[in-house]
Design a protein around this ligand. Structure first.
Ligand SMILES: O=P(O)(O)OC[C@@H](O)[C@@H](O)c1c[nH]c2ccccc12
Length: 266
């Protein structure tokens, strides 16, 4: 069993438990369920946008503990202040050390920044959770979903007013993921089955992504030069976690990168 299969197996058990604790009807009564959603695609395309989606990630299966000393509300507020176009908050506990509270705290501390629920969605119930916890965007990972599930979950998200960041890693995943309900496609430079990271993945796939969607490059990004190169290739979003989180002050690390990006543009 590869790590992705392990995660999905565990996730299905977790979701069954969550459903037994809180019904879908109850989720709809959460105050955040009725809130107005912030658009990540609009934020990425806005004039002067940094394009950076800054992630809060305590640990990961590939890196182990990255940072367990900082608070989600401090880090995400610092990310917003430093010019993040969006926030990504891991809600998987077992493998990434996140939880629902992290997302809710990030939401409360950043009312106007688009927030992505970063998790392994394998059931429609999790999309209702995302909305109830205050997310604006959900992640769908092609590597763990069938084309039918992708279509169904993307339509559910859309009906709830949430955007979808559709994550792909190769040509085959991209082709079977395209559905009209998507406005954001993320190319993960990291192979979730082997953890190998290569920016070439983003550079290779960009041509095959329709221009009607906003293109996001994910994982393994750190330098302003690489971001510039990906921007030139057509990417408008850059999802960065570890590079910020491994420092004691992730918001400052983002601020430094935004500064460096301005230098590179001139
Ligand atoms: O920490 P990095 O290398 O900057 O990567 C961030 C983000 O892309 C990565 O956390 C990620 C991309 N897709 C995922 C799916 C599930 C969990 C995590 C991820």
């Amino acid at each position: 069993m590869n790590i992705l299969e392990k995660i999905v197996l565990h996730k299905k058990k977790e979701v069954a438990q969550a459903k037994a604790n809180i019904s879908a009807k109850e989720l709809e009564l959460f105050p955040a369920f009725g809130r107005k959603v912030n658009s990540l695609s609009a934020s990425l395309l806005a004039e002067g946008s940094s394009g950076i989606i800054a992630e809060f990630k305590r640990k990961s299966p590939s890196k182990g503990t990255i940072n367990d000393k900082v608070l989600v509300q401090d880090v995400t507020a610092a990310y917003s202040a430093a010019g993040a176009a969006g926030l990504s908050v891991l809600t998987d506990e077992e493998f990434f050390g996140g939880n629902a509270d992290d997302l809710q705290l990030a939401r409360k501390s950043n009312p106007r920044t688009p927030v992505l629920r970063k998790d392994f969605i394998v059931d429609e119930y999790q999309i209702l959770e995302a909305k109830a916890w205050g997310a604006d965007v959900i992640l769908l990972i092609a590597a763990c979903l069938t084309p039918e599930e992708i279509r169904k979950y993307a339509a559910t998200a859309r009906s709830l007013g949430l955007e979808v960041l559709m994550e792909v890693h190769d040509e085959e995943e991209l082709t079977r993921s395209l559905t009209p309900d998507l406005n954001l496609i993320g190319v993960n430079n990291r192979n979730l089955k082997t953890f190998e990271v290569s920016i070439e993945t983003s550079l290779r796939l960009v041509e095959q992504i329709p221009d009607t969607v906003v293109k996001v490059s994910e994982s393994g990004l750190s330098s302003a030069e690489t971001i510039r190169q990906l921007h030139t290739a057509g990417y408008r979003g850059f999802l960065i976690g570890e590079n910020f989180m491994k420092t004691p002050h992730p918001g400052q690390a983002l601020s430094d990168l935004v500064g460096a990006l301005q230098q590179v543009t001139i």
